[in-house]
Each structure stands twice: as structure tokens, then as C-alpha cells.
Design a protein. Structure first.
Length: 317
């Protein structure tokens, strides 16, 4: 027995007082309605309806059961409406994750503007260096910075590209000189930012070939902000993600060296589970990122990628 169908048949009969009218409303035969109600009564071990040749009456037990059935169907209708509205109404909780430095520098400013646009939405943003499992952790969107994506069942929406730059403090460069080639870095103190995608050192691309620069680091840290602070304090040359370095450079705390070199390129993707029946909160967040992140990346590049500007700053230092 299909319990919900039987309950629905009972409710229709109780409300209309007729098996034939209930059958017509449900689009099935009167005999089917009768069998469903009888099977329901058998399962409940209770008589729900008193039948005669001319009328149908609801018993006292039937009245109580009818009330419960109506409440259940109201809940089902509400659940269906709520699930359906998630594709058109931006509400609920949007759960996001990305790496710490990128989240602080680039996502947090966007989160505020997005939430202003959709005040009914709560946002939960987790920032860690580890990449959590999207579904197992209950995440809606994972912003990842990678050298490439492995095949998966997730949708990957490209959002742009970031890269790392070499930099040092003006005071350090004044004391130790400015390196003019990757080989020249051997004469400098180097700060190592731990990078799981580039664990062995700094990789330089030149004429389609990749060369690895290994060095004896004076300091090794696992957070870009710590590496940035170390470089700004004059401890040495450091390779920093552009989204961390740009701010320190615009403030004059760091200068870029080998300004024609972009190192350790990463593609930025938004990962989410499916295109089908996509919640409005996920769709609008992805659209918001596609609209705003490229401008943020362009703003960074204005600071990072002007060789003439950095040549003038370096000569002045």
C-alpha cells in the first residue's frame, strides 16, 4: 500500500462525503479509492468511515486521523514550496570556503556588498589552507586556486587568474642591491612561503622552459601574511601571491623585483555541485563573483605589473 496515496484518498472521501467524487478529483476509479481506504483502515486497525448505500460518515477516530492527515499534507506542501522557491528567492545560508589570504584580501570585501544586495541571506565563510570536501562539509561553493582541475562531477566556473611576484623592502634593497636576474637571487637572503603546489622552490618560465630556483632560506612560513610582514621588515626577498603583495606595495612597504616576471600562475575557480535546480543563492553569488573579481584582479595588476613604475621606484630606493 502507498500510504500517502491512501491517506489522500481518505481525506478526499471525508471532505466530499462521496467515494465517486473523491475518485473524480484524484483521477482514479471509485473501486481504487475504496480499496485504498479499506487498506488504510486495516493497517490502522480502526474504522475511519461509516458507509451506507446513500452516504459516507466520518467516525470519531476518522475525525482525529483527518486532522493529522491535513497537517501532514500542509507540511508537504510547505516543504515543496520552500524547495521550489530556493531557485528564485535568495535566502537561507550560503556556505563558502577558500584559502585564508585570498578570502581576507578579495572575498571578504565582496561578501559585504553581496549581502547588502540580499539581506535575507546569511553567509558562512570558512578560511583554511586545506581544501575540504565540498559535499561532505555541506559547502555550497568552494573557491579554489589551482594549477589545473582534476576531473570531477562538480561544476567549475572560471573566475580569473592570479600569480606571484618577487618583492623586498626598500630598506633591504638599499643595503643589499637589486637583483636583475633569477641567478642574481643567489646573492640574496630569501624567505620561503610554503606552497603545496610548488614545494621545491621558485619556478621561472622563460622562452617556454621552466627552471627551478632552489635556495637556502633564512625563514620558512606557511602563511602569506607572515611572509609579507617578514619581507617588509627587511629580512629578505620573498615570493608572494599578488593579492597579498599588491596592498603592501601600494603602501610602499614592499618593492617588486624582477618586475617582468610572473611566477606560479594559478587559475581561480568556483566549484559547486550541479547546474540542475541550482539554488538562487549559489547562482547569484557566482554571478556576483564573475562581475566583481575580474575588476579586483585588474586593480592588483595596475599595482603589480607596471615595469616602468617599479624601475623608477627601485632606482629611487
Amino acid at each position: 500500500m502507498d500510504l500517502l496515496s491512501a491517506m489522500q484518498a481518505f481525506v478526499r472521501v471525508a471532505q466530499s462525503g462521496s467515494f465517486s467524487q473523491a475518485a473524480q478529483a484524484l483521477g482514479i476509479s471509485s473501486a481504487t479509492v475504496s480499496r485504498q481506504v479499506a487498506a488504510l483502515e486495516k493497517q490502522l486497525s480502526a474504522r475511519l468511515l461509516q458507509r451506507s448505500t446513500r452516504s459516507v460518515a466520518v467516525t470519531e477516530a476518522g475525525q482525529r486521523y483527518l486532522k493529522r492527515c491535513k497537517a501532514i499534507f500542509d507540511e508537504i506542501a510547505a516543504a515543496s514550496a520552500e524547495a521550489g522557491s530556493s531557485q528564485s528567492r535568495v535566502a537561507g545560508c550560503l556556505r563558502l570556503h577558500t584559502i585564508t589570504a585570498f578570502g581576507i584580501e578579495h572575498l571578504m570585501p565582496l561578501v559585504g556588498g553581496y549581502q547588502e544586495r540580499y539581506p535575507e541571506l546569511a553567509i558562512e565563510l570558512s578560511l583554511t589552507e586545506a581544501t575540504p570536501a565540498l559535499l561532505e562539509e555541506g559547502l555550497d561553493v568552494l573557491i579554489t586556486l589551482s594549477r589545473g582541475l582534476s576531473d570531477s562531477d562538480f561544476v567549475a566556473q572560471p573566475l580569473g587568474r592570479v600569480f606571484s611576484v618577487l618583492c623586498a623592502s626598500p630598506a633591504y634593497l638599499a643595503r643589499h642591491g637589486v637583483p636583475t636576474s633569477p641567478e642574481g637571487l643567489h646573492a640574496h637572503r630569501c624567505i620561503k612561503l610554503a606552497d603545496p603546489l610548488y614545494p621545491d622552490g621558485w619556478y621561472f618560465e622563460e622562452k617556454g622552459r621552466t627552471s627551478l630556483f632552489r635556495f637556502q632560506d633564512v625563514l620558512r612560513v606557511n602563511q602569506p601574511e607572515a611572509a609579507c610582514q617578514a619581507a617588509a621588515s627587511g629580512m629578505g626577498v620573498c615570493l608572494l601571491p599578488g593579492f597579498v603583495a599588491a596592498k603592501a606595495m601600494s603602501e610602499g612597504r614592499l618593492l617588486r623585483v624582477l618586475a617582468d616576471r610572473r611566477l606560479h600562475l594559478r587559475e581561480v575557480y568556483a566549484l559547486y555541485s550541479s547546474r540542475r535546480f541550482l539554488d538562487a543563492k549559489i547562482r547569484t553569488w557566482i554571478d556576483y563573483l564573475k562581475d566583481h573579481l575580474p575588476r579586483v584582479f585588474e586593480r592588483d595588476e595596475v599595482v603589480l605589473d607596471d615595469p616602468q613604475y617599479w624601475a623608477q621606484r627601485l632606482s629611487a630606493s
